[in-house]
Design a protein around this ligand. Structure first.
Ligand code: ACO
Length: 516
């Protein structure tokens, strides 16, 4: 019997019919259909003990009748749909309705801990989902989509409560400690870490793509003049768009995975060259061509600074780059996937990702975190400065994270890198970190605010001679590998991403006023 109906119903448990009418695989179609008729239900859940193993619906019976087979001599197991889609009893009604409505099922077994506890019909879900007041629906899909699962991915994941994240099956921090950027790039694109021979092949393959294509090169000087101040990330946004046109990137919908991956390699390889070229042109310096012998990170510093970097600096930046390649369904990754879901070309999706990353709430904080260090100035000033700032309602840059409610593992790793580099700022940064975490816990209790990746990223990059205006662009140069990995995954199993919004404006239709 259904428990509750109407606007008070929130979860599937509230509206399911329980217990569900069941049959076993060994029963005949005649027995099962007789029971459906008696109990006036449109389906029976086929069980093994209390575990659902199939479902037999009226639709199956119609198909069966058309086959002309004998219902008393045919087993349920032959006509049921095995391993049916199920729903958990604590699932919100509107949420269950949204995700199940597209699948075309009419009856869904409700399963708790592997055991059948009831059955719910799509019609009931729809009725309740639609009559719930707007506020309730809005509450079930949290603002900012926090915690809402919108896709399945093989690329990586963040476990915010544990302070752990991974790329494919590997701990991302361990990858940053043990492997090169090219290795991790290979892992992201192909799903496995390369052998030495594979690494060499991969490096050879991407090397020519580091060069800015001839058609785009002469446009760089003008792009580098745009904006006062010039924002390198905005320049990169334009450059990637130009690249897509110059290299005739075709809609992802029209090309196979090899062509799309080829596009992805071209973009990832040229981004560091774009950034350093734009930066140097804007500074009135000659751009420096990629160094054929240097690996990705060392080459990036070389093209920016004009000198071959020390191995310590190259490795520190490489570790930072590896640690920021991917990070779950962050705003820019989601943006890139949404754009790809329309079938647009790869440059369009990367350009969108760059746009999302440019916001201070996402990628724009490392230079601001360093600005904060300057503003605090001394260890003694940390407490009063931080306290005044939080009391004023300001956000401390480099603190807080949507997913991490404990230490950000990237921040811990980068603190270690900063200590290894022995930068003068590290001691002050550690003092600010300790003080800020304490003050935030006191003034913002329960919010669980700790340093995020950007706090020590600024210190590491500063120590390696990366200028502040290049911090977020450097972040973009590794994240583009993550975006394009997601673009490849999205395109491989695509469905247009097109959610809905709850209309909460004035009730329509209002008469349209005429102007006389
Ligand atoms: N300083 C002070 N208070 C903070 C901070 C902060 N850095 N971050 C969050 N809070 C407080 C908010 O004021 C809010 O308090 P309230 O409940 O009194 O209103 C509460 O914590 C929750 O904040 P939200 O904005 O809901 O948290 P959300 O998950 O949306 O924000 C974000 C995450 C945007 C990163 C936030 O912590 C922030 O603005 N940090 C500073 C900017 C920053 O460091 N950005 C880089 C992020 S890392 C990255 O993108 C790679």
């Amino acid at each position: 019997m259904a428990h509750t109906t109407g606007a008070t119903a929130r979860t599937v448990a509230d509206i399911m019919s329980s217990p569900a009418v069941t049959a076993t695989t060994a029963e005949t179609i005649a027995e099962a259909s007789g029971r459906m008729g008696e109990r006036r239900v449109g389906s029976v859940v086929v069980v093994d003990g209390d575990r659902p193993v199939g479902i037999l619906t009226e639709r199956d019976l119609v198909r069966f009748a058309a086959s002309g087979a004998d219902p008393s001599a045919t087993k349920v197991s032959e006509w049921m749909t095995a391993d049916p889609y199920t729903v958990a009893p604590d699932r919100a009604v509107s949420n269950a309705f949204q995700s199940l409505s597209e699948k075309g099922y009419r009856h869904i077994p409700v399963v708790d801990d592997g055991a059948l506890v009831g059955i719910v019909s799509m019609r009931d879900l729809m009725k309740i989902a639609q009559i719930q007041p707007a506020g309730r629906l809005a509450g079930e899909v949290p603002l900012g989509l926090e915690g809402v699962v919108v896709a399945e991915t093989h690329i990586g994941h963040v476990r915010g409560q544990e302070g752990f994240y991974h790329y494919r099956q590997y701990n991302a921090v361990e990858l940053a400690e043990k492997r090169t950027l090219e290795d991790v790039w290979h892992l992201m694109f192909y799903g496995d870490l390369p052998t030495i021979a594979e690494r060499e092949r991969f490096t050879e393959e991407v090397r020519p793509f580091r060069e800015i294509p001839e058609l785009v090169q002469p446009l760089m000087a003008n792009v580098a003049k745009l904006g006062d101040p010039f924002v390198p990330l905005n320049g990169l946004r334009s450059a990637v768009s130009l690249l897509g046109s110059a290299l005739d990137f075709r809609p992802s919908l029209d090309i196979d995975v090899d062509e799309l991956r080829h596009n992805a390699m071209q973009v990832c390889a040229v981004v560091p060259t774009f950034l350093t070229t734009l930066y140097r042109l804007n500074q009135g310096l000659e751009p420096i061509a990629p160094h054929p012998e240097l690996p990705y990170a060392a080459n990036y510093l070389y093209m920016m600074q004009g000198e071959i970097p020390t191995p310590e600096h190259a490795r520190a930046v490489e570790q930072y780059l590896i640690s920021t390649i991917d990070h779950g369904f962050n705003a820019s990754t989601f943006t890139a996937r949404v754009i790809t879901s329309t079938g647009a070309d790869l440059a369009a999706a990367v350009t969108g990702g760059i746009g999302a990353l440019s916001g201070p709430l996402h990628g724009g904080a490392p230079s601001r975190a360093l600005d904060m260090l300057d503003a605090v100035g001394t260890a003694e000033n940390a407490e009063p400065w931080i306290r005044a700032s939080v009391e004023r309602g300001d956000r401390l840059m480099g603190f807080g994270h949507r997913v991490y409610k404990t230490d950000d593992p990237r921040s811990i790793m980068l603190r270690g890198v900063a200590e290894r580099l022995g930068d003068g700022n590290v001691e002050l940064a550690k003092e600010i970190e300790t003080t800020a975490v304490r003050v935030l816990a006191e003034l913002k209790p329960g919010r669980k605010l700790y340093t995020n990746v950007e706090f020590y990223a600024g210190i590491v990059m500063d120590a390696c001679g990366v200028p502040r205006e290049m911090f977020t662009p450097t972040f973009a140069s590794s994240r583009v590998i993550g975006w394009t990995s997601h673009i490849l995954e999205q395109a491989a199993d695509n469905r247009l991403i097109r959610p809905s919004a709850e209309y909460v404006g004035a009730p329509p239709p209002q008469p349209v006023p005429t102007i006389d």
